[in-house]
Write a protein that binds this ligand. Structure first.
Ligand code: IPM
Ligand code: MG
Length: 352
């Protein structure tokens, strides 16, 4: 029997994870679902955002699905105990180096985008964000006091050949199953790590993936093109920091951050980490207003990528599409359904 570890976390995380639990019970009753403390709520209850035993439980599961972490109440906690540190620590411990962040536009929601409908209708972009390297983890980093009394804050943006190659491979492989086009985004005009990124992707492409169309794009231009003509993109591979920023922009093209899932994967024999792209949304937490679809679609990705239940994943994706076509909308989509009502609607469509 496969195991799924749920890490509900903070803010709206517990509410959206509760819907995943209900969907899993309806769709895949044999899946063993367990839950563990995580993020700021784990810090409050146990003194750390990611306990060693939770990390070990995650590594021993077949897939891990988290809700959300963070909130203003932990802004002044020491950095290594902040909820975000728990998330980064988990990504690193699971070595999930490739973060797949789809930005696709459900037809029923094309009008909800801030861009004109014709620019986003049919949009289907797959970001492949490097997730365990770059400036997020580079050393040295710190805040030091200089001789003249002022302070210096610094980080290190660093990538090695193998770190770039392995995430590049994921992007090229994915592209082959799609429209065979990869954009690689970096700042090779300014950064040494960006220059190496470009060289390694160029070499990998020439050596193993010359059948795939490859274009290099500067990350700032990529941001501009994403809001100008997003449908020119298929797969975009980029580093940890640019991927963080560009994927948020792309997600919003589709109408709501509350819709989009993500999958973080590494070694195919190890568990993946699945997360909705949205944050903990403390302003609406506990009110039953959150859209559970990003979490439910993250479960769909977990079924597909880690749990090897592709048929169940297809059923779930169809159920979500049908739910949206029926006009089901939570508040972020301009509707009035509660979190639980949206979950109910999806579950009803699983059975039909
Ligand atoms: C994301 C988030 C995280 C990140 C934060 C919460 C640490 O913004 O998953 O995109 O920066 O990676
Ligand atoms: Mg982000």
């Amino acid at each position: 029997m496969s195991t799924l570890l749920l890490l509900p976390g903070d803010g709206i995380g517990p509410e959206v994870c509760a819907e995943v639990r209900r969907v899993a019970a309806a769709l895949t009753p044999d899946l063993e679902v367990s839950e563990a403390p995580y993020g700021g709520s784990s810090y409050d209850a146990h003194g750390a955002p990611l306990l060693d035993e939770v990390r070990d439980q995650a590594i021993a599961s077949d897939a891990v699905l988290m809700g959300a972490v963070g909130g203003p109440q932990w802004a002044n906690a020491p950095r290594h105990l902040r909820p975000e540190a728990g998330l980064l620590g988990l990504r690193k411990a699971m070595n999930v180096y490739a973060n797949l962040r789809p930005a696709y536009c459900f037809e029923a929601l094309a009008g909800a985008s801030s861009l004109k409908t014709e620019l986003v209708s049919g949009l289907d972009i797959m970001f492949v964000r490097e997730l365990v390297g770059g400036v997020y983890f580079g050393e040295p980093r710190g805040i030091e006091t200089l001789a003249d009394g002022q302070k210096k804050g610094f980080d290190t943006a660093v990538y090695t050949t193998s770190e770039i190659e392995r995430v590049g491979r994921v992007a090229f492989e994915l592209a082959r199953g799609r429209t065979n086009k990869v954009h690689s985004a970096e700042k090779s005009n300014v950064m040494e790590s960006g220059l190496l990124w470009k060289q390694v992707i160029t070499d990998l492409h020439a050596r193993e993936y010359s059948d795939v169309q490859l274009e290099h794009i500067l990350a700032d231009n990529c941001a501009m093109q994403l809001v100008r003509a997003p449908k020119q993109f298929d797969v975009i591979v980029t580093d940890n920091l640019f991927g963080d920023i560009l994927s948020d922009a792309a997600a919003m093209l589709t109408g709501s951050l509350g819709m989009l899932p993500s999958a973080a994967i590494g070694d195919p024999n190890k568990p993946g980490l699945y997360e909705p792209i949205h944050g903990s949304a403390p302003d609406i937490a506990g009110k039953g207003l959150a859209n559970p679809l990003a979490a439910i679609l993250s479960f769909e990705m977990a079924l597909r990528w880690s749990l090897k239940q592709v048929e169940a994943a297809d059923v779930l994706l169809t159920a979500v599409k049908k739910t949206l076509d029926q006009g089901a909308k939570t508040r972020d989509l301009g509707g009035a359904l509660s979190t639980v009502q949206m979950g109910d609607a999806v579950i009803a469509n699983i059975h039909n």
